[in-house]
Design a protein around this ligand. Sequence first.
Ligand code: FAD
Length: 390
Amino acid sequence: MTSTSPVSRYLRDHVPIVDSFRSFVARELVPMARELGVDEPAAISPDDRRLVRRRSADLGFYAGDYPESVGGQDMPFTAKLMMHEYAEASGCPLAPTALCNAEGPSWLLLTGDPQRDDRHLRPLVTARATRCLALTEPDGGSDAFALATTASRKEGGWLLRGRKAFVSNADQADLTLVVARIDTDPPRRSPGIFAVPAGTAGLVVGQRFDGMSGEPVFELLLDDVWVDESALVGAADADAPDWRSAEALARGRLLVAAQCNGMAARALALGVEVARTRSSFGRRIGEHQHVQEHVVASRLALESARLLTAAAAQHFDEGDDVVEFAALAKLAASEAACEVVNRMLQVHGAVGWIRGHPLEYLYRQVRAMTIIEGTSEVQKVIIANSMGLG
Ligand SMILES: Cc1cc2nc3c(=O)[nH]c(=O)nc-3n(C[C@H](O)[C@H](O)[C@H](O)COP(=O)(O)OP(=O)(O)OC[C@H]3O[C@@H](n4cnc5c(N)ncnc54)[C@H](O)[C@@H]3O)c2cc1C
C-alpha cells in the first residue's frame, strides 16, 4: 500500500499518518538498530523491544487504532495496516516492533466498561504491559471448538485446566488470554476467553521452541488455575462467539495480510534491483524472459493482495462485516508473500541464500504467515462457508 501501487488512489487520506511513522523510523529506529548492531527482529532484546514500543506508543503509533478512552488515537484501521506494510517493507528490524502485534492489546478486551478497560487494556495500549494468547493445544490449533483445556465453576470463579502450545510472548506477558472449553451443564458450544494475570498460581510457562525465523514460542501449562468471575471476557452463558471475537479475528487476519504485503514489497524491490544491475550472457539478467516472469508474476501477486487488503480495510472502517474479505485478503497476501520471496531469492541466485542476506531472512520469516491467524486451508473453509458451501 505505497505511493507506487495502484491502490494508493484509495488510500491517500491516510498518507500523512504513514509519512509521520516513516520519519519516526528514519529519525529514531534506523540509527538505534545500527547502534545496537541488530539486523533481524529476533535479535532484539526484551528491554530494547520495550523501549521501542513505549516510544512508539508515546508518539501515538503503537496501538493508535484503539479508542482514545483507553489511551489510543482512534486511528482508522486502514492507516494502521498501511503502517504495518511500511514497517515490514522498510527493512529496519526495529520498525515492526514499534507497532502492536500478538503482544499488544486485543480487541477482545474492549468491553465498554471503563473500569475493566482501564485495568486490562490501557496498560497494553500504552505499551506499559504485554499479553499473549493461549489458544493452540498440542493436539491442534485450527479447531477452537474442540479444545481439551477446560474452565469449570469453582468457589465463585473458574478453574482452568489444560496445556497450550506455540504461544508467542508467553515468557514476557503480563496478561494471558486463555481460550478454554466451558464445562457447564448444559455444555456451552463456543469457548470462553479468560484474562489471567502473570503470576497467578498454576500458570506455568513450559518449554521454549525456536522457530525458523528465530522467533520463540512457548508451551503453557494451566495446572488448576483459579480466577475470579471477572476474568471471563464476555458472557458465560453465550452460545456463540460474540462480535468481539469475530472482529478480533478479522483484525488479526488483516494485520497479517498487511505484514505479508510489506515483506513481498521488500523482496520484490530487492529482486528488481538485482535484475537491473547483475549481468549474465552479456545482458542484464532482467532482460532474460525467465527472470522477467519471476518479477512480473510477483508484481501481479503483490498488487492483487494489496487490492484485497485495502478493500477489506475500507469495509472494516465503514463498519461492514469483513469475515469473508479478511479471509480472502489473508489467504491472498500470505500465499503471495511466500511466492514472491521464493521467486526473488531465485532471481538473486546463491547470494540470496547466504545467511545474513535479507532474502535469506525473509525466506525463513515468511513461511509462518500461511499458518498463523488461521492456516490457508482454514481461510478457504471460511470463504467456502461464506459462499453457502459449508
Ligand atoms: C510463528 C507462530 C506463532 C504462533 N503464535 C501463537 C500464539 O501466540 N498463540 C496460539 O494459541 N497459537 C500460536 N501459534 C499456533 C498457530 O495458531 C497454529 O499453528 C495454527 O492455528 C494451526 O494449528 P496447528 O498448527 O495445530 O495445525 P492443525 O490445526 O493441526 O492443522 C494441521 C493441518 O491440517 C489443516 N486443517 C485443519 N483443519 C482443516 C480443515 N477444516 N480443512 C482443511 N484443512 C484443515 C491445516 O490447515 C494444517 O495444514 C503460532 C504459530 C506460529 C507458527
